[in-house]
Design a binder for this molecule. Structure first.
Ligand SMILES: [Zn+2]
Length: 213
């Protein structure tokens, strides 16, 4: 596999970005904020107030961070490793070696894993742990600088649904395009979106709306 300098720079930047997210959201991912309207429960003193899925996600992230740190240590024959074996310190250690990782043939795998964990930790910390289901192709036109429609957005639409919502009502909070962040539809716009799509999936979407009345 040959890597050009653009690839290396992109991978390095992506690793550093993922590490920033991991470090920022690691503490909050242990105790996600309560959902609005969620019933407050008294937690027995003997049990840590940590949801099981948060623990598993952090365990998985920590194991991978440690593996990558051990890999870097071994491959580079380093005597000085991460400051501690905490998740953020392991991540920061990887950021210090991001350029070397980006030049290594496994750099892309490292990048992909770090990004997957970064997303999960962020979602846990912000309480927006979501499930996605596909809705269809994005119907938005692509407009060039002169205001002329030059084609269709290449993105796919996904309805994003919070885990917590699933138990109560299957109401997706938002429909979002994966190619352009500006392409977002709130529940009040789904009917119009459904008409533009003319898809059976949007029938499912609106039935969710009716269910919650
Ligand atoms: Zn789009």
């Amino acid at each position: 596999m040959s890597l050009d300098t653009g690839d290396i720079h992109r991978t390095r930047t992506a690793i550093e970005t993922a590490v920033d997210v991991i470090v920022e959201f690691w503490p909050g991912s242990a105790a996600p904020p309560p959902q609005p309207g969620a019933k407050t429960r008294t937690v027995p003193a003997s049990k840590p107030p940590m949801p099981v899925h948060a623990l598993n996600a952090r365990d998985a992230a920590w194991r991978d961070l440690r593996s990558w740190a051990q890999f870097v240590m071994g491959e580079r024959d380093l005597t000085v490793g991460p400051r501690t074996t905490d998740g953020p310190d392991l991540a920061l250690f990887l950021a210090r070696h991001a350029d070397w990782l980006a030049r290594h043939e496994v750099g892309r795998y490292c990048e992909a894993e770090l990004h997957r964990h970064a997303r999960t930790l962020r979602d846990l910390a912000t309480g927006s742990y979501t499930r996605r289901f596909p809705v269809g192709a994005c119907p938005e036109p692509v407009i060039d600088d002169a205001g002329v429609e030059v084609g269709r957005c290449p993105g796919s639409l996904f309805a994003l649904m919070r885990r917590e919502d699933a138990a109560e009502a299957l109401l997706p909070k938002v429909v979002r395009c994966d190619a352009d962040r500006e392409h977002v539809w709130s529940p009040s716009q789904w009917h119009a979106l459904g008409k533009r799509l003319g898809h059976i999936e949007t029938g499912r979407m609106t039935s969710y709306t009716y269910r919650t009345g």
